[in-house]
Design a protein around this ligand. Structure first.
Ligand code: ADP
Length: 247
């Protein structure tokens, strides 16, 4: 199969921890503008797959090609620069800075926290902050201190900080954990907007949310793919019902 049609092509990806294969010859292909959800029981290898893609964990074998570029030998920093963003469950925002400043310091051509104290804001940065703030539903609260945001807004702000770096692939670990029903719906709309011009991989346990957002679902079990496809097909798959959804 040619890699050229995919934003991300994972082939035969394997990682062993002391002889235990947490991810075992995994093949996964993500399209442009696709929103893929990875599900599976605890210990299936979901987090490890995202850790491998973002370079946090190094693979034992196999390849990860992002826009045809091999990522397995790159550092985490180089992978971010290549256009892959990863959000973990706990938001890492600057609580004492405003929403605006949190976005501003995340701009790749920005000057970081210290630099922004000494330099005037360029029109380019202001425009990018406004664009992303609109996308994450925060354009009216740019001056608010991040500490005062709701749990959901903090999650969106962190997504916004990642979007400031203009990723072409964004990976999110349980983005609606702890959110209210309204915030979940708003997050579904946000993810829908994000994948208009980027690809997204989400790990998620909340099946109602998965149904709302997924273009395609990958079910992992014991480090391998158990099933893959549209949510309704995957849900009807007997192997999936047996190991996972039937619980
Ligand atoms: P999931 O995210 O699907 O719950 P994980 O990817 O966190 O699963 O873990 C898959 C398996 O790999 C688990 O059995 C876990 O204990 C093991 N594992 C993950 N990371 C490490 C590590 N750094 N060292 C040893 N074992 C690990």
């Amino acid at each position: 199969m040619s890699n050229t049609d995919f934003v991300l092509a994972v082939e035969d990806l394997t990682v062993s921890f002391d002889g235990f294969k947490a991810v075992d010859k995994l093949n996964m292909y993500i399209d442009k503008n696709e929103l893929r959800v990875v599900i599976g029981p605890n210990g299936a290898g979901k987090t490890t797959v995202l850790d491998l893609i973002c370079g946090k964990t190094k693979s034992t074998a196999g390849s990860i090609k992002f826009k045809n570029r091999e990522l397995t030998r790159l550092s985490e920093h180089e992978i971010v620069r290549a256009g892959v963003g990863r959000k973990f469950q706990t938001p890492s925002i600057y609580e004492n800075l405003t929403v605006y400043q949190n976005l501003e310091v995340s701009y790749p051509k920005g000057r970081g926290v210290f630099g922004s104290l000494f330099f005037k804001r360029s029109d380019e940065v202001v425009a990018q902050v406004r664009k992303i703030a609109r996308e994450i539903m925060m354009e009216d609260i740019l001056g608010m201190e991040a500490a005062l945001l709701s749990h959901g807004q903090k999650q969106w702000l962190e997504i916004g900080m990642l979007l400031m770096q203009e990723p072409e692939l964004l990976m999110l670990d349980e983005p609606v954990a702890g959110m209210s029903a309204k915030e979940r719906d708003q997050t579904a709309e946000l993810l829908n907007r994000i994948c208009q011009n980027r690809s997204v991989i989400v790990i998620e346990h909340d099946m109602e949310f998965v149904k709302k957002i997924a273009h395609k679902v990958t079910v992992l079990h014991q480090g391998k793919i158990l099933a893959e496809g549209a949510m309704d097909k995957v849900q009807a798959n007997e192997k999936v019902i047996e190991v996972y959804l039937g619980h």
